[in-house]
Design a protein around this ligand. Structure first.
Ligand SMILES: Nc1nc2c(ncn2[C@@H]2O[C@H](COP(=O)(O)OP(=O)(O)OP(=O)(O)O)[C@@H](O)[C@H]2O)c(=O)[nH]1
Length: 306
């Protein structure tokens, strides 16, 4: 990275959080802002489990992005954990950006998220997401409806998928950030340990392969991850935890076909992430009710205090 002035008159820095109901497009926007894949995405709602920090440093600013899990009404212990961390993320951020899917009518979920936002002190940006899926009339109507939800400092209609207006969104965020120095080194892009990112990448492949068949019933733990310097190769041994024998069967598939495909896809992504060859060993274990036990959730590395 070239020399960069990281503390000077006019340098801006601060914390930004992306909120919105599950599937609104928060992780995709985070990846689009970063210009690379950092967060996992999928069609299954509530994909994001970690309070995740990404750091974007450019000439004149540093934004630290907290990608919150979708705010929603909890229905099990995992849900409660997610809600608590989402609400915590709203405190003490400089800018909160609420994503509203342009292609879907505003619903009670959006209203609920907006109500949480109204009470917080941060500056607020309304993001109308996924405009590539909506007609101009739909977007105009959404804009009008969204205006009544909170007192917005700015409103941006964008598509994280095509990249349309992602830069405009970044500019609005920077405009609203306070002046301050860079808090992190400019080449640092995430504060997650690499093991967590690796486990999340594997989980993403499973969610994408099975959609709603095994939605929240899986957790991924790494038993071992070691780098072989001589061979320039990572050896990764991961365990996929499920709640029931039937789920184990689904994940393994006929004669191991499903888990083999997951392994191949995850390995391709991991080789890109780690910049070297990867040997990936996946196994599946049944652990009943792990989702209902909050201490277990922490042990798996999800939620607060992980
Ligand atoms: N067409 C289109 N699809 C998008 C866009 N942004 C996100 N998506 C898709 O919408 C789905 C949900 O996106 P995510 O980024 O995972 O949503 P999220 O808000 O992080 O979801 P949670 O983790 O459940 O809170 C994924 O299938 C994305 O590919 C967009 O701008 N255009």
């Amino acid at each position: 990275m070239p020399d960069m002035i990281l503390a000077a008159d006019g340098f801006k820095s601060g914390f930004v959080t992306l909120v919105g109901r599950p599937n609104a497009g928060k992780s995709t926007l985070l990846n689009a802002l970063m210009g690379k894949k950092i967060a996992i995405t999928s069609n299954t709602a509530q994909t994001t489990r970690h309070r995740f920090r990404a750091v974007l440093t450019r000439e004149g600013f540093q934004m630290i992005i907290v990608d919150t899990p979708g705010l929603h009404k909890p229905h099990d212990a995992l849900g409660e954990e997610l809600n608590t961390s989402a609400l915590k993320a709203l405190e003490d951020v400089d800018v909160a950006a609420m994503l509203i899917d342009s292609s879907k009518p505003i619903g009670r979920g959006d209203e609920w998220v907006a109500a949480q936002l109204r009470g917080c002190r941060s500056r607020k940006i309304c993001v109308l997401s996924k405009v590539d899926l909506a007609t101009p009339d739909q977007i105009a109507a959404q804009r009008e409806a969204a205006e009544g939800l909170a007192e917005w400092d700015a409103m941006v209609a964008l598509s994280a998928e095509t990249g349309y207006n992602v830069d405009a969104f970044a500019e609005e965020v920077v405009y609203l950030l306070p002046e301050g120095p860079a808090w992190f080194p400019p080449d640092m892009e995430t504060d997650q340990p690499i093991e967590v990112v690796v486990a999340e990448f594997i989980r993403e492949k499973i969610l994408r392969t099975f959609h709603d068949e095994v939605p929240h019933a899986i957790g991924v733990a790494l038993n071992e991850m070691e780098y072989d310097r001589k061979k320039d190769l990572y050896r990764i041994f991961a365990v996929i935890y499920v709640e029931r024998d039937s789920q184990k069967g689904i994940i393994i598939g006929k004669r191991g076909a499903a888990i083999k495909r997951i392994g191949i896809e995850a390995r391709a992504d991991l080789e890109q992430l780690l910049g070297c060859r990867v040997f990936l060993d996946l196994s599946v274990k049944v652990k009943k009710n792990w989702r209902r036990d909050a201490s277990q959730i922490r042990r798996f590395g999800y939620g607060e205090g992980a």
